[in-house]
Write a protein that binds this ligand. Structure first.
Ligand SMILES: C[S@@+](CC[C@H](N)C(=O)[O-])C[C@H]1O[C@@H](n2cnc3c(N)ncnc32)[C@H](O)[C@@H]1O
Length: 242
C-alpha cells in the first residue's frame, strides 16, 4: 500500500530514470513507507523457520542479509544471532538508513554494514544463515549463478540460505499481466536510456530456483502456508550447505 508520507509519483519516476544504485540513494529516507520494503509478517515467518531448525547446540552465531536495504531483515535477524549480523548493499543511502534502524533493534549481536555488490560477495565460510528478500528482481537471470555461488561460498558447512519466493502466477491472473507489462516497460526503458535500472518481476521463482541452488551444492526444501494473507502464496525456501 502507498503511504501518504512515502515517495511521490515524481520521486518514483526520478528513481526509475536513475541507475539502480542511485535510484535507491534517492528514495532511501522514504523507502520504509513504500510497498517495496519486505513486510514484517513475511520476515517473521522466515525467522520462525530459521529458529525452528536451529538446534540449541548449534546457535546462529553470524547471519548476513544480501541487498539489505534499510535493514528490514537485519532488524529481525539481530535477536537470533549470538555474535554478528551483517548486511550488504550497493546503495550508501540505504545503508545509512539501515545503520540507524538495526542499531536500535533488539539483540546484542555486533552490526556490520558493508557497501558492495551482491554479485561479488566478499565473504568465505563465515555465516550460519544468509537471507535475501525483496531483491531478486534486481538480479538478471544471466547473473543468478554468480549470485547463488557467492551466497554458497559465504555460508559455513551446515549453514542455510533462507528466502521467500513463490510459484509463477497463472497467466489468467492480474499479477501475471501487471508484472509482464512492467517488465516490458523496463526493457524498453533500459534499451533507450543509460545507466540501466535493473528491476524485473517474476524472477527467482519456485521450482526453477531449486535446481539452480542444487547446482551450487545446496540441499533445498520449501515451506508453504507460513505467511498470512495476502502473502499466503509465499514459499519460504531453506537451502542448506552440507
Ligand atoms: C527493493 S530493495 C529491498 C531492500 C530490503 N531487502 C527489503 O526487503 O526491504 C532492494 C535493495 O537491493 C539493493 N541492490 C540491488 N541490486 C544490488 C546489487 N547488485 N548489489 C547490492 N545491492 C543491490 C538496492 O540498493 C536496494 O537496497
Amino acid at each position: 500500500m502507498y503511504h501518504p508520507d512515502g515517495p511521490t509519483f515524481l520521486e518514483l519516476m526520478r528513481q526509475a530514470l536513475a541507475s539502480t544504485e542511485r535510484g535507491y540513494d534517492l528514495i532511501a529516507p522514504k523507502f520504509d513507507r513504500t510497498p517495496f520494503r519486505t513486510p514484517d509478517v513475511v520476515l517473521e515467518a522466515m525467522m520462525r523457520a530459521i529458529a525452528e531448525e536451529t538446534p540449541a547446540a548449534r546457535p546462529v552465531r553470524a547471519a548476513l542479509d544480501v541487498c539489505c536495504g534499510t535493514g528490514a531483515a537485519m532488524t529481525h535477524l539481530r535477536a537470533l544471532c549470538t555474535e554478528r549480523v551483517a548486511g550488504l548493499d550497493f546503495s550508501h543511502g540505504m545503508l545509512d538508513e539501515a545503520r540507524r534502524r538495526v542499531a536500535a533493534a533488539p539483540g546484542s549481536a555486533a552490526v556490520e554494514l558493508v557497501h558492495g555488490d551482491a554479485l561479488a560477495l566478499p565473504f568465505d565460510g563465515e555465516f550460519d544463515v544468509v537471507t535475501s528478500v525483496g531483491a531478486f528482481g534486481h538480479i538478471l537471470p544471466e547473473d543468478e549463478d554468480r549470485f547463488v555461488s557467492g551466497i554458497a561460498r559465504a555460508l559455513r558447512p551446515g549453514g542455510r540460505f533462507v528466502f521467500a519466493t513463490a510459484e509463477m502466477p497463472p497467466v489468467t491472473s492480474a499479477s501475471w499481466w501487471i508484472s509482464r507489462s512492467f517488465n516490458a516497460v523496463m526493457r524498453v526503458r533500459n534499451a533507450l536510456l543509460s545507466p540501466q535500472f535493473i528491476m524485473y518481476y517474476l524472477t527467482f521463482l519456485w521450482p526453477d530456483v531449486r535446481m539452480r541452488l542444487e547446482r551450487h551444492g545446496l540441499r533445498v526444501e520449501a515451506r508453504r502456508g507460513l505467511c498470512p494473507a495476502p502473502f499466503e502464496r509465499a514459499i519460504i525456501a531453506i537451502a542448506t550447505k552440507d
